[in-house]
Design a binder for this molecule. Sequence first.
Ligand code: ZN
Length: 313
Amino acid sequence: MSNAPVPDVGGWFRTATSGVALPATAWGPGAGGFGRVSHDDDLAAAADLFRGRPTLVLTGAGMSTGSGLPDYRGRDAVPRSPMTYQEFVGSDLSRRRYWARSTVGWRWFVHARPNEAHRALAALGGLTPVTGVVTQNVDGLHQAAGSAPVVDLHGNLSRVVCLDCRALSDRHALQEDLLALNPGFADRLVDLAEDSRNAPDGDAEVDRTEDFRYPPCRRCGGMLKPDVVFFGENADRSVVDRAKGLFGEAEALLVLGSSLSVMSGLRFVRRAVQQGKDVVILNDGATRGDDLATLRLHGRLEHVLTRWVEDLA
Ligand SMILES: [Zn+2]
């Protein structure tokens, strides 16, 4: 298993918006500010700020790049246009394309493991009262590292939802069905993955999938969708309420690895400021919340988090 990023898998990681469909490139790598490292004193000040205080942690894609998963707004990001919810539900061809890319990418995705940053954050939860981790990621790696509770604000790729009967099912099981329905495709997964990584958006062989087949819901015959929030789709109300509950218990908000480009994340920062809660933002590169932060920190997540674990131990 190499550390090369997984192939682009048809919008998997480009989810979310709470109804506000920002263009994929609206807050892209051009935002800049990469590679800075905060002074030791600032990192220590942050540890003092949430030492012993209930803190909610909000995480984004930067958290998982160390696990080989792509960050579409990070340092090496290639702007791509995301598949919207409307495209997915409105077009059989779009669904064929989505599931074809998803079938290719899944093989790599299932091998992604928590990295040092995930593990350090889980350890931090044992040293200071973290009320919870609210993540914009859909990879389940916080749970795998042992953080709890975790709210998957934008869903989780390991689940599939039926848009008709709302039944949830296991993405692993669906993979078996997808491979069985597309036997020739299954034989060429490795080549297709390599190609999809290198070809421009929409130009990969995996996108020529007019004959790719995907199954309906086993229970009702309805339309299956990965249980993640697409662009143009609202986050699930009960999930948002759980996140708000954890936020309400917190006196401080720690943002890790997110450019806060989607409203579902930025909203927490704005609300924290309104309620007089301290906000610490640690991200490589500029964020939309920079002007709102009590402390704005720079550096690699795994380094800073490991240092905080040592500070608070
Ligand atoms: Zn169904």
